[in-house]
Structure formats: C-alpha cells, structure tokens
Design a protein. Structure first.
Length: 325
C-alpha cells in the first residue's frame, strides 16, 4: 500500500514510519525538513516530500496514487484564528483533497484533549467537551472528518457520497527516545528536568496523584499499522497505556538509576482521585494493550545520559521538532 504521511519525522511519526516501512508499505513522508533525520529517508520504500500544512498545492500533488493518508502533523496557533487556520483548515483541506484523489482511507491524529476534562471513566463515546483551543481544534477536525459523508448539489440537497474511509486515533501522553540519530522526542521538558535535578542533587516536588496513562511512540505505532491495514470506517480509538504512572514514580526511577544522588522526592497531598481513560476498544478490536513501565525506565535512562553530557558542556542536537506560528 502507498501511504501519504504527515508528521512522519516527529515524536510519534518516526515510529509509525518505521513500523509501516518494516511491514513493506511504500511511504511518502511529507515534511518541512527533508533530510533532517537521515535514517528515515534511508528506510526501504520511504520517499521524503518537502512541504508544510499551508502548502496546499504540494499536498494535493503528493496525494496522487496514494491509498491511505495518515495525518499526524500538528499545525499550531497562539490565537483562535491562527489555530483554526494552521490546523483545522489545513486538515479539512487535506481530507477533501484525499477524497478527490481517490484515497481509500484517512487516519487523523486527534488527542485526548478533544474529549475535554476527565469525568468518570472516559471512553470513545463520551461527549466531546474540550476546554482549551487545542482540544477545540482537534474536536472540530474530528467532527468535520466523521461528518464528511457526502457533498451537496445545492443548499439542502445531497450529492455524491464520499467513498473514503475515515478513522481517528486519540493519543494520550506519548513519549519516545528518538528512533534514529537526530530524531525527535516529545516537547514536554519534565523528563529532562527530573534528570537534571537528580544529577544536581536537587529535591523534586510533585502532587502525589499527578500522572497519566503513558504510552510510548513504539507502542502507539502498532495501532496505526493495525488501523491502516484494516477496513474500518468512522471509528475512534483512545491510544494510551493501561497503567497509570505518577511523575513521582518516574522521579523515583531516576533516583534508582543514580545511586549517588542526594535528591529527594517530595509528594504534596491532593484531594483528587485520578480518572482513567478506557482503552478497552483498542484491545477488543486489535488485541492491543500496553504497559509502558519498561519503556518509561529506558526513556528516563536516555534523559539521564543526555543530562550528564549536557552538564559536562557537550552540545546536543535538539530533539523537539515543533511547529512555529
């Protein structure tokens, strides 16, 4: 299968690209910076295409002959209109261009933020109630995608039905060691900040319940592959681990790896009980269930190594591939 993928060099996308290449698929990786991660372009069946989400003509041209689109890239904005323009509008253009190009399936990368604040056990059927612009952007694009079932002949008159299958993945906190030299990690600094604190013998304070159902990029890539190779339509999947891990527990991992550190983990009491995202659907449909504990340890070890090198004065490459407005 020939797959067009946006964000294929980023935190999640590098592992999705790797998994799909290993499965024998042909990939067009649409990226602002071809060649930034040489290992990706060297993968079998992978071709990098230069472009960004606002370059509609480049996206349209690259879609020709593709059977699936996997849209992972994020278009960011600091204000409502720029967020709408850079992400939702670009995503809606891409989905319509894909349908017109005869693409068979479109997989959109949303977020748990589309569902909004946690309330009880949240699953894919929970009513969307985003409470920030990022969540609203993701929820809006979800609604456009799922509602894109036909065109209109005139106002109030239905026309041609849409043939393209459309599915959604909602990642939670997804982390990664770079899959390739020069590759990406998540933009959140908490892991590296914990590593620096441990190496500098500084105490660390956390709310005792603060944490999430972490999932690694290598794990979530399995869901993308399964969904891309399926015949499902109009489905949503939460993509998180089944284990809830706190930041305090992660800090203790770092301390266990650094026996000489004098740092302490200080937990502040809180009066809230963490809610969980239900990940039953991912398991029942595809047999996927993830415990990221081992990967979290490896990620902490990787961050400790980077922090040691950084504190020793070594210049390290940036591992955050961020969109700038």
């Amino acid at each position: 299968m020939k797959i067009f993928i946006t964000g294929g060099t980023g935190n999640i996308g590098q592992y999705v690209t790797k998994a799909l290449s290993e499965a024998g698929h042909e990939l067009l990786v649409y990226t602002r910076t071809p060649g930034r991660v040489p290992g990706i372009g060297a993968l079998p069946g992978v071709t990098e295409v230069r472009g960004n989400l606002s370059d509609y003509k480049a996206m349209e041209a690259a879609l020709k002959g593709c059977g699936t689109v996997i849209h992972i890239a994020l278009g960011w904005g600091n204000e409502p209109l720029s967020m709408l323009e850079n992400d939702t509008r670009a995503s809606v253009f891409l989905m319509e261009a894909a349908e017109k190009a005869g693409v068979g399936q479109f997989i959109y990368t949303s977020s748990t933020a589309a569902a909004g604040p946690m309330r009880g056990d949240t699953d894919e059927e929970t009513f969307r109630r985003p409470d920030d612009l990022y969540g609203a952007t993701k929820a809006a694009t979800e609604l456009y995608l799922l509602s894109f079932r036909q065109y209109y002949a005139r106002q109030g008159g239905r026309a041609e039905p849409v043939k393209m299958r459309r599915n959604i993945i909602r990642p939670g906190y997804t982390f990664s060691n770079p899959a390739f030299e020069g590759g990406a990690s998540q933009s959140d600094k908490r892991f590296i900040n914990i590593a620096r604190a441990v190496l500098q013998n500084r105490d660390m304070t956390f709310s005792q319940s603060d944490g999430t159902q972490f999932i690694s990029s290598g794990q979530i890539a399995q869901l993308y592959r399964k969904l891309a190779e399926s015949d499902l339509n109009e489905e949503i999947f939460f993509a998180l681990g089944r284990v809830y891990t706190t930041w305090g527990e992660i800090a203790r991992m770092a301390l266990d790896m650094t026996p000489g550190s004098a740092s302490k983990v200080i937990l502040q009491p809180d009066d809230w009980k963490p809610f969980r995202y239900k990940v039953d659907k991912m398991e029942s449909v595809f047999g996927l269930s993830f415990d990221a504990t081992g990967e979290l340890r490896e990620h902490m070890r990787w961050n400790l190594d980077r922090a040691r090198r950084e504190l020793a004065g070594e210049t390290l490459h940036s591992v955050t591939h961020e969109f700038s407005d």
